[in-house]
Design a protein around this ligand. Structure first.
Ligand code: AVJ
Length: 330
């Protein structure tokens, strides 16, 4: 007998499966030490996303200032039919870093894929988001794969050889890569997708500097907390002794390069211990924590072309703030 507290989703739906590739889950903190030894100091944005960081990122997405999430959602909501028409039904959709799997929901009724594969390093996120997705879309096979970001030989084993493969890469996550790394990532994706493959890629576009800078300096302070939480995480998981009050959040648009940069600025001269290592900071010295590249339609199309994709279709909002590219393997 079910207790009255038990929700329907406590029972794993038949159309949900979970596999672990055994290559994910563990964050490589050696990389943090290497980055802190560099001049200028740098820590990859992938370290933002512990439980608290993911929560703060979700909070950022609800703010008025952070336009990308709602703008992209608006495109999927209003253009789902047209997007689906470009791709066709019966596909295998593969998403890297699906979070709460809310974005694919905006397309599923129209896109009608056979299988949805969500790949994430966080088993917890997959277990939270996967079963409800499978329960809400009983006709869809949902496969949650715990593993490293991006295509891999191990992931390949879980993909069927029949249906057309569609990579879903929303949220302008691609903007966190340096342009050449983005090209390499897309190139690897193209190999996984095969000659009939295609991709739906959400890309944040260039726009007035005031709009960009406001998006990374929300008045609620979620972005500031998100940036500083990196130090809290390093304290907890690496035995570091960062004092969050001695660093401040800085985010600005580097117009020359076309990217928003986030930094943590040391407000005083200080020494910080990270495990067995000690790092010195001058007043004003920064840890570079994120680049968020902003593209023009043209520039991203050219990048995709260098990665072996053709732009099959481009969707945007009325202000041309966010782009959804349908790319097909050439
Ligand atoms: C998830 C990488 C797209 O770059 O805008 C939000 C992360 N950083 N606010 C972005 C982020 C600061 C976000 N991406």
């Amino acid at each position: 007998m079910k207790s009255s507290k038990e929700k329907a989703t406590d029972v794993t739906p038949d159309n949900f499966a979970f596999v672990s590739l055994g290559n994910g889950g563990d964050v490589d903190f050696g990389e943090v030490i290497v980055g802190l030894r560099q001049t200028p100091k740098v820590v990859s944005p992938k370290f933002f996303y512990d439980a608290r960081g993911s929560e703060l990122f979700n909070a950022i997405c609800t703010t008025e200032a952070y336009y990308p999430t709602r703008t992209e959602r608006g495109i999927y909501e209003s253009q789902a039919d047209a997007i689906a028409a470009e791709i066709g039904p019966g596909t295998t959709v593969i998403e890297f870093g699906p979070g709460d799997m809310s974005k694919i929901r905006l397309l599923l009724d129209q896109l009608r894929p056979q299988t949805y594969v969500g790949v994430d390093v966080s088993a917890a996120q997959l277990e939270d988001a996967g079963p409800p997705l499978a329960a809400d879309y009983p006709w869809l096979h949902v496969l949650a794969v715990c593993g490293d970001f991006g295509p891999s030989r191990m992931l390949e084993k879980y993909l069927d050889g029949q249906s057309r493969r569609v990579a879903f890469f929303p949220g302008s996550t691609i903007g966190n890569f340096e342009p050449d790394a983005a090209r390499q990532f897309l190139q690897g994706l193209g190999k996984m997708l095969g000659s009939s493959g295609c991709a739906i890629v959400g890309v944040d576009l260039q726009k007035p500097v005031e709009v960009l800078e406001a998006a990374y300096n929300d008045p609620q302070g979620y972005t500031r907390a998100f940036n500083l939480n990196l130090l809290t995480r390093l304290n907890r998981e690496l035995g570091a002794d960062f004092d969050e009050r001695r660093f401040r959040h800085k985010a600005y648009y580097n117009e020359k390069l076309g990217r928003v940069e986030m930094h943590l600025v040391s407000v005083v001269e200080q020494q910080v211990r990270v495990g067995e290592h000690t790092f010195s900071f001058q007043p004003g010295e920064t840890i570079h924590t994120e680049n968020s590249w902003k593209y023009t339609q043209q520039a991203f199309g050219e990048l995709a072309a260098r990665a072996g994709f053709a732009v099959q279709k481009f969707f945007t909002d009325e202000r041309n703030w966010f782009g959804v590219f349908i790319l097909s393997v050439q």
